[in-house]
Design a protein around this ligand. Structure first.
Ligand code: AP5
Length: 236
């Protein structure tokens, strides 16, 4: 199964992608995480991406397209993957179509996560993440605190990080980039009969339930998701 989670910064894409990946044995492919890893490693890609990400703009299409093209070749992606933060422009969406076509793969669904802007700002302002690279579990000061203060629920780690771009000024640029460059993808995937929109204003577990409902049981095959998508759209 190949899924796209589409939504503005802070919509909960990463939170839900981790949960879906765990349940359905898929790989979460977050271009944001991959770019942050490249910055931490000081690689040429990281050096190019660092300044752009700090301002909240979008990294060049050719860089992120190449990252995804290389990543989906890895054996762990053979069972399917969830794209979290990619594609973000029409050029990236067209490149993804070509990549999948060349590999005879199909998108099962594109889940649009709808959240009001004020809520997005609150979500990113309270976000923190387990600093253990092998874990990276995401939390929120109020909406998803650790069960035991200062200890990661998943790996027991005690170090956490906050993202430098999670501030009000950068968030404004990130939201503008979303509305200008990424929101046209809603129409793009609707026209392909792949779009499913969910209310992601609800609590984390309720949003997970909405996604589970639209995707069907974890064992469901990609073809059955397409059937669900088409049925839902023809019922509109
Ligand atoms: P990226 O890392 O992708 O950031 P983003 O899209 O801005 O999304 P976020 O990670 O901020 O939010 P999310 O939707 O994953 O929310 P989360 O689950 O963490 O990209 C960063 C930068 O990299 C970009 O600005 C760009 O420069 C560059 N980049 C990346 N991909 C690119 C691409 N394809 N092309 C070009 N440039 C690219 O949740 C947020 C918080 O809310 C958490 O604390 C969570 O616990 C909490 N939360 C989640 N769901 C709920 C809920 N339902 N109720 C209450 N709280 C919730």
């Amino acid at each position: 199964m190949i899924l796209i989670l589409l939504g503005p910064p802070g919509a909960g894409k990463g939170t839900q992608a981790k949960e879906i990946a765990r349940k359905r044995r898929l790989v979460q492919l977050s271009t944001g995480d991959m770019l942050r890893a490249a910055i931490a490693a000081g690689s040429p890609v990281g050096l190019q991406a660092k300044a752009v990400m700090a301002t909240g703009g979008l990294v060049a299409d050719e860089i992120v397209i190449q990252i995804i093209a290389d990543r989906i070749e890895q054996p762990d992606c053979a069972n399917g993957f969830i794209l979290d933060g990619f594609p973000r422009t029409l050029a990236q969406a067209a490149a993804l179509d070509a990549m999948l076509r060349a590999r005879k793969l199909e998108l099962a669904a594109v889940v649009e996560m709808k959240v009001d802007d004020e809520v997005l700002i609150d979500r990113v302002a309270g976000r923190f993440t387990c600093a253990n690279k092998a874990c990276g579990e995401g939390y929120h000061d109020r909406h998803k605190p650790t069960a035991k203060p200062g200890v990661c629920d998943v790996c027991g780690g005690t170090a956490f990080t906050r993202r430098p771009d999670d501030n009000a000024e950068t968030m404004r640029t990130r939201l503008t980039a979303y509305y200008k460059e990424t929101s046209p993808l809603i129409g793009y995937y609707f026209a392909k009969g792949l779009l499913q929109s969910i209310d992601a204003m609800a609590g984390i577990e309720d949003v997970t339930r909405s996604i589970d409902k639209l995707l069907g049981k974890p064992a469901a095959k990609a073809t059955s998701v397409r059937t669900v998508t088409k049925r839902a759209q023809s019922a509109r």
